[in-house]
Design a protein around this ligand. Sequence first.
Ligand code: HEM
Length: 306
Amino acid sequence: MPTPQPGVLSVGGAHAYFLTCTVADDAERTALSQAIRDIPPSVRALAGGAKTARLLCTLGIGSELWDRLSPARRPSGLRPFRAVKANGRVAPATGGDLFVQITSGRHDLNLDLAMGLVRRLQPLATMAEEIHGFRYRDSRDLTGFIDGTENPKGKGRAVAALIGEEDRPFAGGSYVAVQRYVHDLERWRRLDDREQEQIIGRTKRGSVELPKAKKPQTAHISRVVIEQDGAELQILRQSYPWGTVREAGLYFAAYTKSLDVFDLMLARMMGATADGLHDRLMEFSRAVTGATFFVPSLETLSSLKQ
Ligand code: HEM
């Protein structure tokens, strides 16, 4: 199988940068392809000088931009983010052409890389959003709950995230869905631990799943655990808390071999499925952005138009 970008399957370090860029309408295809092809070698050069920091950079390409870069061949599951609206709740589509996820153990290294990439992409592309993520305590979301307990492990990570034989020309690639969530932490903190646990569906301290009889159908994990043909649908989450005292939340990022899986989970969270139930977590957090990207294998990236 072609080589996935190293950041897709790895567990990222304590610091993250998420950049979304918009490509200029008149950006020339050859120059753009060259700028994109240059990214992995420049990351390797920086990472080589700081090995213990485990610098990883993952690049995603939006649906419209992909057609400009490679009009003849497109990944079968690539499409723009599908906004969801249900009962006054909205998960908006805000789009983007290029997505960059940088992780490492060092914020300064991430900044150096992000600045270098943005400089290199100018004037072809401009940065539309820059978010800094961080590990909070023992890998908790800012709600205080451990995030990642049931993320796929070992080989399961590749099974969930990587395109395989079903779309052979793009095997080793992935899709990423991102949403920036803003939490209403003031309201959240007014709930006691037991109420919060009912909303998440796991215990707060140890992240133990609540027994079936005690886990509401509207708990977060009740909405996102979906069985199809006897198997649980899986995505590989690489989310990070972000924010300041004034505003904070979760930068949600999920890698998947099929965006259908993410769409179904989100529809069940938002209350857009036939059962009419929604995820109670969505009463305490709202998505303010939403975008999807194709994450090519290293071979596909380096074969972009010379
Ligand atoms: C406000 C945003 C969100 C927060 C704070 C959040 C938090 C959490 C927490 C605390 C868990 C339990 C621990 C774990 O297994 O990781 C969890 C599990 C999970 N979440 Fe989220 N999540 C958010 C959004 C989403 C979205 C948008 C999706 C997908 C569309 C999603 C999919 C999942 C999945 C698949 C699991 C694992 C369920 C299992 O197998 O038990 N989450 N999330």
